[in-house]
Design a protein around this ligand. Structure first.
Ligand code: SF4
Length: 218
């Protein structure tokens, strides 16, 4: 059975998600150490710790392996116009990525947004390229930085400490000025928008940025 989630930020737009960190090999900088952007991960705190939030994510981790999964996903997206893959977790398996590509191909009426760190692993290149080649799919490779550093032509999103840190070439996510909601913005789903800058939020992320800045100035 397909289990989709809705995050309050995204104007009711639905997501298919997995358990954070467990399915995020791209979040590991070194054994036992997360990349900076994942150190304050919102999907490991707050509501995401509750059993009723974890359950569909754990269910999805085995459910995608069913033969009928692609057909069921296509049917589930019948009335959606926008779809975000992974409000938590990542596309940790090439086989999952190939099935997602099928879903994206068969749902041309949906604008898909896939944020991911799996571009770090060369075996994902072909399938991620094939997704990005679809007119209805925006694959955004996430930078690991929380201080606005990214590689032009590679990354499609980066965290910045504050809105004032946005530089030329970045598009600022303004959810922070709309009570944390997209409020009609669909920039993340728009292939023409090259790099989105998300201002850091949450106590953990602020702490990470403080530590990094202290390290830089020490
Ligand atoms: S850039 Fe726009 S679509 Fe993306 S998260 Fe921010 S408000 Fe939502």
């Amino acid at each position: 059975m397909i289990k989709l989630s809705v995050t309050s930020k995204l104007d009711g737009i639905r997501s298919w998600s997995l358990q954070a960190i467990d399915t995020c090999p791209g979040s590991i900088a070194a054994p036992g150490v997360l990349v900076d952007a994942c150190k304050g991960c919102y999907a490991t705190t707050g509501n995401y710790r509750f059993a009723n939030v974890k359950a569909p994510r754990l269910h999805n981790q085995t459910d995608w392996k069913r033969d009928q999964w692609v057909d069921d996903m296509v049917q589930a997206l019948d009335s959606d116009r926008y779809f975000r893959w992974f409000d938590s977790g990542d596309v940790y398996s090439v086989k999952l990525a190939q099935k997602m590509l099928e879903v994206m191909t068969l749902t041309s009426w949906v604008s898909h947004w896939l944020p991911t760190r799996m571009h770090k692993f060369s075996k994902f290149k072909t399938v991620l390229d094939d997704m990005q080649a679809l007119p209805n799919v925006s694959v955004r490779f996430s930078s690991d930085s929380v201080t606005g550093e990214y590689t032009k032509g590679l990354h499609g999103s980066v965290i910045v400490p504050t809105p004032d840190d946005v530089k030329r070439g970045m598009t600022l996510c303004k959810a922070y000025s709309n009570n944390g909601k997209c409020n009609g913005c669909r920039a993340c789903y728009d292939k023409k928008v090259k790099v989105i800058a998300y201002p850091a939020h949450g106590v953990s992320m602020m702490k990470v940025i403080r530590i990094i800045k202290q390290g830089v100035t020490a």
